[in-house]
Design a protein around this ligand. Structure first.
Ligand SMILES: [Fe+2]
Ligand SMILES: [Fe+2]
Length: 366
């Protein structure tokens, strides 16, 4: 007899908190394995991408996770409405006959457990294990009535909605790659700002920024987010460029050339259209073209990833390797080589921010 943890959800898409919760609950309940039961036709939710995409992402995310498995039973049963009780009944009768079953839910679900279809039958088949979700206090009556096991210290700080909206994209790299490749969720929004080529560059910078961050002890998903959005202000058109700069960045407009406007416009769009408040992300976007003095780790990652993006068509592998090893040193080399590149091409790179950046990092006084 094994102890089996069941975790139902639409996983639209799967994120890091799902995985953390499953592992933590499995540990606390001393279960042997956790099955993610991917929902087919849930009663309360409409999913935003196809069943196939959700399943593919779940597979990618759980690929290297020991004891976290996937059950596609609801896909196979394919009922008009997939009631949990029917799914569990089937599993208990055909697959886990002699096993003890636990069912993982959040307090958002626990609050309305009494309204679940055939809840009395379901609660005779499983023990509910409940984790507390922010803003959803437990329903004490339900906790007692259905003998719920309350899990310790399990918080839920990411949601699938926040990933779909591109607010907080804490999921695995393989899932982010899949979303980008298949144009899911936020990719459609990005398409309305950027043409194919620029979006491909943005995805490539995001991916490189993720890896650089991971190697330099910085949040990889935050770096991915900043990379993905760094050029979002680049294709608004001349007229709108002037509008944004005159209205929101009049001082900056006097300090830089038009080719750098997009860093400020981008940070404005990210803050106001995408509602991203993280100052690290905003600052990294705001100075990714010019650089500035005293840059944060993320600002160095984005500045560098943008210049050494493999899609730029030159061999940047040694610069990439240097940034992997140490972003502070790598950034300095990228900065130097970028200035050489500007000089060679006769590009007027000198402006208030770049001069301050060079003065600060390379001690080049004008
Ligand atoms: Fe840019
Ligand atoms: Fe760029």
């Amino acid at each position: 007899m094994s102890r089996i943890l069941l975790f139902g959800g639409s996983f639209d898409p799967i994120h890091l908190t799902h995985i953390k919760l499953a592992k933590e609950a499995k540990r606390q309940l001393k279960c042997d394995v956790c099955y993610f039961i991917i929902a087919k036709n849930p009663r309360w939710k409409v999913t935003s991408v196809s069943d196939e995409h959700r399943l593919n992402m779940l597979r990618l995310a759980l690929e290297d996770e020991k004891d976290l498995k996937i059950s596609t039973i609801e896909y196979e049963l394919n009922q008009e409405i997939s009631y949990t009780v029917d799914t569990v009944k089937y599993l208990k009768t055909h697959i886990f006959k002699d096993d003890e079953l636990f069912y993982l839910i959040g307090s958002d679900q626990e609050q309305k457990l009494d309204r679940w279809y055939q809840i009395d039958v379901l609660s005779s088949l499983v023990s509910f294990a409940v984790f507390l979700r922010k803003d959803y206090p437990f329903n004490q009556e339900n906790l007692k009535k259905y003998n719920c096991i309350v899990l310790d210290n399990v918080a839920d700080d990411v949601s699938s909605t926040s990933i779909r909206m591109l607010h907080n994209i804490q999921t695995k790299k393989a899932v982010l790659d899949y979303i980008a490749k298949n144009n899911l969720y936020y990719m459609e929004i990005l398409h309305s700002y950027l043409k194919d080529k620029r979006l491909a560059h943005s995805v490539s910078v995001a991916s490189l920024a993720y890896d650089l961050a991971e190697n330099n002890n910085y949040s990889p998903t935050k770096a991915y987010l900043a990379g993905l959005l760094h050029d979002i202000g680049k294709e608004v058109g001349k007229e709108k460029e002037d509008y944004y700069m005159d209205k929101y960045f009049p001082l900056e407009k006097t300090r830089i050339g038009r080719w750098c406007y997009h860093q400020f416009i981008g940070s404005y769009i990210v803050e106001h259209d995408f509602k991203i408040e993280d100052e690290d992300v905003l600052e990294a976007i705001r100075y990714h073209a010019t650089g500035k003095e005293n840059m944060s780790t993320l600002a160095k990652i984005i500045y560098s990833a943008d210049k050494i993006d493999p899609l730029r068509g030159y061999d940047s592998s040694s610069l990439i390797n240097e940034c992997y090893k140490d972003i502070n040193k790598g950034f300095l080399r990228v900065l130097k080589e970028n200035i050489e590149f500007f000089k060679e091409k006769n590009i007027d790179y000198e402006n208030y921010y770049t001069s301050r950046c060079l003065n600060y990092y390379l001690n080049q006084k004008k």
